[in-house]
Design a protein around this ligand. Structure first.
Ligand code: BG6
Length: 502
């Protein structure tokens, strides 16, 4: 197999400060990502990690916690040799990020680690904290001179949710941009770190064969499904205020949508890629008023069973109001108002406790205007589909019609299937490793720029407004189903249907 590699980049020495180091995100995503980079030989230059959170712990206790966490997540992966080599790079200090004096102590600790480990003044600050702390932490970093780039680069990584609506996102952008330059800000959307998501642009722009028919001339519609079998997993407190729309649509799903629909960028540079992404996000027609009622479906899971296991309804979950009106499912029909996509509906749906965990994009082509197969069942056949499987079972399929071998003309649908695992032998990683690596080398293509975040919120603002007034738009669906039947009706009224997963 011939392979073409993009140019190599140096990571350079760095110190990574993780706020919220004893929390779940650090445990499940960040630490494993750091070890994955080390295993792949990408942390060959001097580096150090300084964990910060309220909990009192010594460096040794922090290291022991990391080992125990890694063992519970991926038994045996952090080998004794890796532990010996890597753990001395991990440090910890207890601190309250709302206490301004903490930053002076942290500065002194960073200087000491920098000297000890040779990280040459470069540092990123990862805000794995409650969103309400994003702005105060950035201001405190600014006041204490910690983001001053005179002696090395300084970057700040901000987790989602980035605001809860357009206004709050604009406010947060304004706040942090008063302290940081835009190119010091790395807004994470972990979907962009997923191998299969990055491959959407490669599929479209590195393969000449897809380009001519990538438009309303040949494409009937696009559907994006992000189905989860999990419920809110103890995050009821957060989810009650978020809901499926805020949690998934303006961020993860719009990343998929923008990559599938953007114009070809001049290059894969952060500037060119993000310019094209934001352009198409701005072209999404915002739904307002009655259009919301007509084109958006909102559901909440009721008790049922997933994979044969009985599950409680959302209202019976921990930290959830028994009369909650928060949606755990949303489906909608969107339009992109530009020359390429006018007239092509984009249907998106996402929900918790659905029948299967699947993230896929289906590009469905128009049926040929004429077929010469008289007296065959050709009209009954489904149209061609390009199916981009983001997860699990990462891959791409092309569904087309073929002749069934035999004397009579009989046609049937078949799939031409590419599985990542068959070609590349290993399952793609969570995405955090790639994103951390990119942040360390100053590569911002896979991070969201301020205008992208705002364009996402702007596109759903009308929906938030209508929902705030009309509670009756919420419908229950049983755990283990594919969501409310209204979502099927949304497509059926235009003679289309969601791809069926068995
Ligand atoms: C997170 C959401 O951003 O993405 C979660 O807050 C969701 O609610 C998760 O479950 C989905 O990510 P993935 O990588 O499992 O598809």
């Amino acid at each position: 197999m011939a392979s073409v590699e993009s140019s190599e980049h140096e990571t350079g020495p760095f110190l990574g400060v993780i706020f919220g180091a004893s929390g779940d995100l650090a445990k499940r995503k960040l630490m494993p990502a750091i070890f994955s980079l080390a295993r792949d030989g990408l942390l060959s230059r001097p580096f150090a990690i300084l964990g910060v959170s309220r909990r009192e712990m010594s460096d040794e206790e922090f290291r022991a916690k990391i080992v125990a966490d890694m063992e519970s997540l991926a038994p045996g992966q952090l080998t004794p040799e890796m532990q010996q080599e890597l753990l001395p790079h991990f440090f910890y200090m207890a601190g309250d990020v709302t206490d301004s004096a903490m930053y002076d102590r942290m500065k002194a600790r960073m200087e000491q680690i920098d000297k000890e480990c040779g990280t040459e003044g470069n540092a990123f600050f990862y805000l794995a904290t409650a969103p309400t702390l994003f702005s105060p932490v950035v201001h405190s970093l600014g006041k204490s001179g910690l983001i001053d780039e005179r002696c090395g680069w300084r970057r700040v990584v901000i987790e989602k949710p980035f605001g809860h609506d357009l206004e709050s996102a604009q406010q947060l952008n304004c706040d942090i941009q008063s302290v940081l330059d835009e190119d010091q800000i790395y807004r994470i959307d972990h979907y962009l770190g997923k191998e299969t998501v990055q491959n959407i642009a490669v599929l479209r722009f590195a393969n000449g064969m897809f380009q001519p028919f990538w438009s309303n001339l040949y494409i009937d519609h696009v559907q994006i499904t992000v189905g989860e079998t999990l419920g809110v997993e103890g995050r009821g407190g957060y989810y009650e205020h978020a809901g499926a729309l805020r949690d998934m649509v303006p961020n993860h799903i719009f990343q998929l949508l923008s990559l599938i629909s953007m114009e070809m960028p001049l290059s894969f540079s952060a500037h060119d890629m993000r310019n094209e992404q934001v352009k198409v996000l701005r072209a999404i027609k915002p739904l307002t008023g009655d259009d919301v009622v007509r084109n958006v479906v909102r559901g909440q899971y009721a008790k049922g069973s997933v994979d044969g296991v009985d599950e409680p309804g959302y209202r019976d979950e921990e930290h959830v109001d028994p009369e909650s009106l928060t949606e755990t499912y949303v489906a909608m029909r969107l339009s992109i108002e530009n020359q390429r996509w006018a007239g092509v509906p984009f249907y998106i749906r996402t929900g918790k406790r659905l029948a299967a965990r699947v993230t896929e994009i289906v590009v469905e082509f128009k049926k040929p205007p004429f077929t010469p197969f008289r007296e065959t069942a050709v009209d009954a056949l489904e149209p061609n589909q390009l199916i981009i499987r983001i997860q699990p079972d990462e891959g791409i399929s092309l569904r087309f019609v073929t002749k069934v071998p035999g004397t009579l003309v009989k046609l049937d649908e078949v799939d031409m299937d590419f599985h990542y695992a068959d070609y590349f032998g290993r399952a793609p990683a969570t995405g955090y490793d790639r994103l951390l690596f990119d942040c360390i080398r100053g590569e911002a293509t896979l991070f969201r720029r301020a205008d992208m975040v705002e364009a996402g919120w702007r596109a759903v603002a009308g929906i938030q407004e209508v929902w705030a007034e009309k509670d009756e738009t919420l419908t229950a669906y049983p755990c283990g189903s594919w969501g409310p039947s209204e979502a099927d009706a949304l497509m059926a009224r235009e003679n289309r249907q969601w791809r069926v997963y068995v």
